[in-house]
Ligand binder design. Structure first.
Ligand code: ATP
Ligand code: MG
Length: 384
């Protein structure tokens, strides 16, 4: 158990008086993330340390930390006692397989250590060179830096790599939102981005059984679970949309199908959000991506909402959304070919630029409130 993981936070630095609160939140989230591991967790000046774990668990622990928003970077370090012989021995070992150029950087928090930082760097660098002919010193732009961090505790951390983590703000520090999640690529990414900025999430999904399959629902549960890994778990509200779609199909003009569906989804989502103390609704819409995401279509669905509707992907290109979905591990699930409710009763020519007045008139053909009440009385909620 001679490894330690240093965890550094990012943007919290910018917080003034509230900084303590943000730090506490991050600390709690980190502790929660690693709670299943046999390890110890410590806060030291300006960073957190994870210690006393079996080295084979390192990657699993790093994976958990990579899903904690607010963490800027992490380094896996070798831990030795603070004496120059131990430091040299471990440094030489760490560099044994390396080649190219390097420099040694020493930080000495323990001012009682009997050598100055520059002297330690010079001494250790010299010993590394003696032991490894494939290395050269370059203090201006080295291929890697060997960091020696001599702590007040009598321990020294030695490491070469700094791994960039998720960044953002601690989850729970920026309110609570309801993510409208479909089986597609975009909405899980939208949820991830809001979680990254510190928002706690619940999710809502509309399905149209038997037009959509049980597998389509399972797929959405899978995707929601993946988003939940960034928010310390997540609740999913599943709403049956079948009756509403059938009613629109029966009573309204074909081309209004999607436009009207969107307004129903928004109204029902808002009720669920309010019933659960959530402050905003989040969608995966991206301007102009499809007919239902033109500014006119967005205006039509937005006009039924009173809560703010956040659309973190509004200015993203699909290719960039895909990159994020690959990074967060949702892409492969998102592309499974199960039908979403939006593809049921799909009109041949959906409205691209719906006129709000006409949409409202068309909607008047329906028992809107009764349909909404009925849908809300049958919500299935699961904790993931
Ligand atoms: P996604 O990739 O997220 O499915 P999309 O490009 O397919 O998005 P649309 O089908 O137009 O776009 O959906 C736009 C947004 O509306 C989605 O990102 C999601 O937030 C919401 N949405 C769509 N279908 C559903 C659904 N069945 N349940 C809940 N929300 C949905
Ligand atoms: Mg979709």
């Amino acid at each position: 158990m001679n490894k330690v993981i240093i965890i550094r936070w990012g943007e919290i630095h910018l917080k003034g008086k509230n900084r303590g609160l943000f730090e506490k939140m991050l600390e709690n989230n980190l502790k929660y993330a690693v709670k299943s591991f046999d390890c110890t967790f410590k806060k030291v000046s300006g960073r957190y340390l994870i210690k006393d774990f079996e080295p084979y668990l390192t990657d699993e622990i790093l994976d958990k930390i990579s899903k904690v928003s607010g963490v800027h970077s992490a380094s896996v370090c070798d831990l030795v006692q603070s004496d120059i012989d131990s430091i040299i021995k471990k440094s030489v070992e760490v560099c044994a397989e390396k080649s190219g150029t390097f420099k040694v950087e020493t930080k000495r928090a323990d001012k009682n250590f009997p050598m100055l930082s520059v002297d330690i760097s010079r001494k250790v660098g010299g010993e590394i060179l003696k032991a490894n002919n494939n290395l050269k010193v370059d203090v201006i732009s080295p291929d890697f830096i060997l960091n020696i961090d001599i702590r007040e505790s009598g321990e020294t951390f030695i490491f070469t790599d700094t791994i960039l983590m998720m960044g953002g703000m601690p989850n729970g520090s920026a309110g609570k939102g309801l993510l409208m999640i479909s089986g597609g690529i975009d909405s899980p990414v939208a949820g991830y981005l809001m979680a990254k900025r510190g928002m706690k999430l619940e999710a809502v999904h509309f399905h149209s059984y038997p037009y959509t399959s049980e597998q389509a629902k399972e797929k959405v549960i899978e995707l929601t679970k993946a988003v939940g890994e960034y928010t310390g778990g997540i609740k999913l509200h599943i709403v049956s949309f079948t009756e509403i779609q059938e009613a629109i199909h029966k009573f309204c003009k074909e081309e209004y199908m999607i436009t009207l569906m969107r307004r129903f989804m928004m109204k029902i989502s808002e009720k669920i959000a309010k019933n659960n103390g959530l402050q905003t609704i989040i969608t995966g819409e991206s301007l102009g991506q499809v007919a239902s995401q033109t500014i006119e279509s967005i205006t039509s669905s937005n006009s039924v909402a009173t809560l703010p509707v956040l659309r973190p992907l509004i200015a993203f290109d699909k290719i960039d959304i895909i990159k994020i979905s690959e990074k967060i591990g949702t892409y492969q699930t998102s592309i499974l070919p199960y039908e979403d409710c939006c593809t049921v009763f799909l009109p041949k020519h959906p409205l691209i630029k719906p006129n709000l007045k006409k949409v409202q008139l068309e909607e008047e053909r329906l028992e809107v409130d009764a349909l909404i009440e009925c849908a809300l009385s049958n919500v299935e909620t699961i904790e993931l």
